[in-house]
Design a protein around this ligand. Structure first.
Ligand code: ZN
Length: 128
């Protein structure tokens, strides 16, 4: 192979040029790295986002549960007041049914629904 054109001088010049080019690239790369913000790991970003969503959902569920508990307590109190009221209204005397099934004791002239005093005693768990 004839290396007439690739003299030592030319090789040295190319090598020198390549070295300068490499140094420039390295400098540019370092400058680029210094200018870039720290890029977080995508897995960490996704994990943080998932945790934030889960925390938010948990807070919302806790708030809804607390609201439901508050409503349940209110309903229990209201039911207790109504049961007390029904108990006070209920005639302790037993029903007396005629041959039609009407309650003569409480002047209730239908069979369905049954005499309200009977239903009230059933509500209290007492005898009908
Ligand atoms: Zn009755």
């Amino acid at each position: 192979m004839d290396d007439d054109l690739l003299t030592d001088d030319l090789l040295t010049q190319d090598h020198k040029r390549l070295r300068e080019y490499g140094t420039a690239l390295l400098g540019a790369w370092r400058a680029y790295q210094e200018e870039q913000p720290v890029v977080p790991d995508l897995g960490d970003v996704l994990a943080d986002a998932a945790k934030a969503v889960a925390d938010k959902e948990q807070r919302e569920l806790r708030a809804q549960l607390e609201q439901a508990r508050s409503i349940a307590v209110g309903l229990e109190n209201e039911a207790a007041r109504l049961r007390d009221l029904v108990a006070d209204f209920t005639d302790p005397d037993p029903c007396h049914y005629d041959h039609h099934g009407y309650c003569q004791a409480h002047f209730w002239f239908q069979t369905e629904p049954a005499c309200p005093h009977r239903r009230a005693r059933e509500l209290e768990g007492g005898a009908s």
